[in-house]
Design a protein around this ligand. Structure first.
Ligand SMILES: Nc1ncnc2c1ncn2[C@@H]1O[C@H](COP(=O)(O)OP(=O)(O)OP(=O)(O)O)[C@@H](O)[C@H]1O
Length: 230
């Protein structure tokens, strides 16, 4: 079982941006083991920038990131991976030239893991590049989970995908968290992600403007929408 006393992730007063362009301002955020935390907010709010900073692709200009209770300073991406961080970016992370079967073999996905999405079984001989968007994202999630992460950072889980695929992906995210993995997920469909999330942060213009239990937002979708528009 996960140690629930230890946070999987903590951002303290985080600021970051691109060159002289500051995007994130004083972001404070936590993810506990076993939690699904949704990161919501309008286009350009800074969600991708935050995830990329947490994963180590962007260097913070201020504040700090703690992984599993320890400050990770300027730790490079690959070391964060070794610590148990898995990042799924907007671009689908599959091996374009390998078939589904080869990809699963490469990451040593076995048994239940390899069979996470039955739809992929029919595509075992198809190369990653030739899969549909939904199949690619199912494969990307399977590959990410095969690394047995302790913290999963997901950007735009279901962008452009069919509702049924989105629901299937989100169900898998929930069951993954139930095994003790902390999940921070950006998902355009707020209602769907809130159905599986424990808490949600709302970002606007580089700042976290609200943090509430998912139940709260589910009961006040209008209030949530107003935050996007204001
Ligand atoms: N490489 C970059 N160089 C300069 N500015 C950038 C870069 N990438 C993003 N930005 C700016 O940072 C701000 C936040 O963008 P970001 O992509 O993090 O937001 P987001 O909430 O993920 O938006 P979306 O939902 O549209 O993906 C935007 O104003 C964007 O123009």
């Amino acid at each position: 079982m996960a140690d629930l006393a230890e946070l999987a992730l903590e951002a303290r007063g985080l600021s970051a941006g691109y060159g002289r362009v500051q995007v994130l301002r004083d972001v404070n955020l936590t993810v506990r083991p076993g939690e699904v935390v949704a990161l919501l907010g309008p286009n350009g709010a800074g969600k991708t920038t935050l995830l990329r900073t947490l994963a180590g692709y962007l260097r913070p200009a201020g504040g700090e990131v703690l992984l599993f209770g320890a400050s990770c300073g300027r730790m490079p991406v690959y070391k964060r991976c070794r610590q148990g961080v898995s990042f799924m970016g907007e671009e689908r992370h599959v091996f374009p030239g390998l078939t589904v079967r080869q990809s699963l073999r490469l990451v040593r996905a076995q048994g239940e893991q390899a069979a996470l999405f039955p739809a992929l079984a029919d595509r075992a001989r198809h190369r990653g590049a030739l899969l549909s968007g939904g199949e690619q994202q199912m494969l990307a999630l399977t590959l990410a989970l095969a690394r047995k992460p302790r913290l999963l950072l997901i950007d735009e889980l279901s962008l452009g995908l069919a509702p049924l695929v989105r629901e299937r992906l989100l169900d898998t995210v929930r069951t993954t968290a139930d095994t003790g993995v902390g999940v921070l997920v950006v998902e355009q469909n707020a209602r769907s992600v809130l159905d599986r999330a424990d808490r949600a942060y709302v970002m606007r213009r580089g700042e976290v403007v609200e943090e509430r239990p998912a139940d709260h937002w589910r009961a006040d979708l209008d209030g949530l929408a107003a935050l996007y528009l204001s």
